[in-house]
Design a binder for this molecule. Sequence first.
Ligand SMILES: [Zn+2]
Length: 88
Amino acid sequence: MDCKICRENIHDFIKDNLSRKETGQMNAHLDFCAECHREVAQERNLSSMMNQWEVPKTGKGFDLRLDERLAQERNRPHSWFRRLFSVN
Ligand SMILES: [Zn+2]
């Protein structure tokens, strides 16, 4: 396997989508090719970062709901929000 094919396979390699034979070829190439090895490490970091972003996404939904509630409070006359922040 050469670097070009290796690079094309990196994504599938990380996602475990390659056949056993292809995975073996990838590992063999990565054993002696530092360049591709680094490439794989970067891709792995990237995809684990993507996975971690799933968590803040739910957090953001919560924030949005909170914002909506605050906006409702703000628009209500005599709400605790107006009293608290003296919004007129
Ligand atoms: Zn290579």
